[in-house]
Design a protein around this ligand. Structure first.
Ligand SMILES: NC(=O)c1ccc[n+]([C@@H]2O[C@H](COP(=O)([O-])OP(=O)(O)OC[C@H]3O[C@@H](n4cnc5c(N)ncnc54)[C@H](OP(=O)(O)O)[C@@H]3O)[C@@H](O)[C@H]2O)c1
Length: 278
C-alpha cells in the first residue's frame, strides 16, 4: 500500500476504509470484510457509535496491531481538556487497544483548544501516533496552526471531484499539514456515478467512476477513506493502484470543482446549531 509521510514522519496508508453511517450492529462484519479485502487503515469516530465494532473486527482478524492504522475522532460533547482526555481513554477501551494511530478533533466547535491540549498530552504519552483536526476550514485552520504547540499532522475535510479544497490546500502546504478526504465519492451525491466526464474517463481506463474518483484524489496526494457496506464495492474501491490517470484527464477532472461543499456550509449558523446539538 502506498503511504504518505506525515509531518512527524509517521507513515500513513493513502487508502483506508471509513465507517460513518455504518450501523453499530453491522460494523464488525463490515470491517472484517474490509480487512479481508486488504484495508488496514480504518476511520471511525466517537460520534459514529461503532468504535466497538471496529475493535472487535481488528482483534478477531488475528493480524498484528502494528499492521493496522486506526483513526478516531473526539466529538463536540467531549470537548475541553479534561472531558476529551477521558473520552480518548474510553475510545481506546472500545477499540481494544492501548494506542490509536491518529486522533482528530471532529468539529471546530466547543472548547476545541482544550481538546487539542488533551490530544497533545495523549500524543506525548504514546496513546496516539499522530494528531490532527477535521472540518477546520481555512480560517479555523490558520488560527489553530498559530496557537498550538504541535502542528496538526492531518486536516480531514470534505474533498472530492466537486469540492477539491484548492484554497485550503495552499494553507495546508504552507503549514505542513496533510489533507485527508472525507466523502471521497461525494457520498454518491450530485449524480457522481452518472457524471459524463468521469464516465468517459473511466471507460478509457477500463475502470469504474468510483475508481476514477478515488484515483484522482490519491494522484493528488490526498488520503481517501471510501465507505461501503458491500464487500464487492470495498474490493472495487481498493483496486485503484493498477492504473494512472494521465495529465489531460486529471485536468478535465480538476474542472469539475465547484469550490463549495455539496452538503452544507460550516459557516452557516443553522449548521452550527444543528451539529452542536447532534
Ligand atoms: N470528518 C468528518 O466530518 C466526516 C464526515 C463524513 C465522512 N467521514 C469519513 O469519510 C468516510 C467516507 O465518506 P462517506 O461515507 O460520507 O462517503 P463516500 O465514501 O464518498 O461514499 C459512500 C457512499 O457511496 C456508496 N458507494 C461506496 N462504494 C461505491 C461504489 N464503488 N459504487 C457505487 N457506490 C458506492 C456507499 O453505499 P454502500 O455502503 O451501500 O455501498 C455510500 O452510500 C466516512 O465513512 C467517514 O469515515 C468523515
Amino acid at each position: 500500500m502506498q503511504t504518505i509521510k506525515l509531518n512527524n514522519v509517521v507513515e500513513m496508508p493513502i487508502l483506508g476504509y471509513g465507517v460513518f453511517l455504518v450501523d453499530p450492529k453491522e460494523c464488525e462484519r463490515c470491517v472484517s470484510d474490509a480487512i479481508d479485502v486488504g484495508y488496514r487503515m480504518i476511520d471511525t469516530a466517537q460520534a459514529y457509535y461503532n468504535e466497538e465494532g471496529v475493535g472487535n473486527a481488528v482483534k478477531k482478524s488475528g493480524i498484528k496491531r502494528e499492521d493496522f492504522f486506526l483513526v478516531t475522532k473526539v466529538w463536540i460533547t467531549n470537548s475541553g481538556e479534561e472531558k476529551a482526555a477521558k473520552s480518548i481513554d474510553e475510545s481506546l477501551k472500545k477499540l481494544q487497544t492501548d494506542y490509536v494511530d491518529l486522533l482528530l478533533i471532529h468539529q471546530p466547535f466547543g472548547d476545541y483548544y482544550g481538546t487539542y491540549r488533551a490530544m497533545e498530552k495523549a500524543y506525548k504519552a504514546g496513546k496516539t501516533r499522530a494528531i490532527g483536526i477535521s472540518n477546520f476550514f481555512p480560517d479555523r485552520f490558520v488560527d489553530i496552526s498559530n496557537f498550538v504547540e504541535i502542528q496538526p499532522m492531518i486536516n480531514q475535510m470534505e474533498t472530492h471531484v466537486f469540492q477539491q479544497q484548492k484554497k485550503l490546500r495552499e494553507y495546508l502546504n504552507k503549514y505542513n499539514t496533510q489533507l485527508m478526504s472525507w466523502s471521497p465519492m461525494a457520498r454518491g451525491e450530485n449524480n457522481i456515478f452518472e457524471n459524463e466526464t468521469l464516465k468517459s474517463i473511466a471507460a478509457k481506463y477500463n475502470k469504474t467512476v468510483a475508481q476514477v474518483a478515488l484515483r484522482f484524489l490519491t494522484q493528488e496526494n490526498v488520503i481517501v477513506i471510501p465507505k461501503s457496506t458491500h464487500k464487492t464495492r470495498m474490493k472495487e474501491n481498493f483496486e485503484i493502484f493498477d492504473f494512472t490517470i494521465d495529465n489531460n484527464d486529471m485536468e478535465e477532472i480538476r474542472k469539475l470543482d465547484s469550490g463549495e461543499s455539496i452538503f452544507v456550509s460550516h459557516y452557516s449558523p443553522e449548521f452550527a446549531e444543528y451539529i452542536i446539538n447532534y
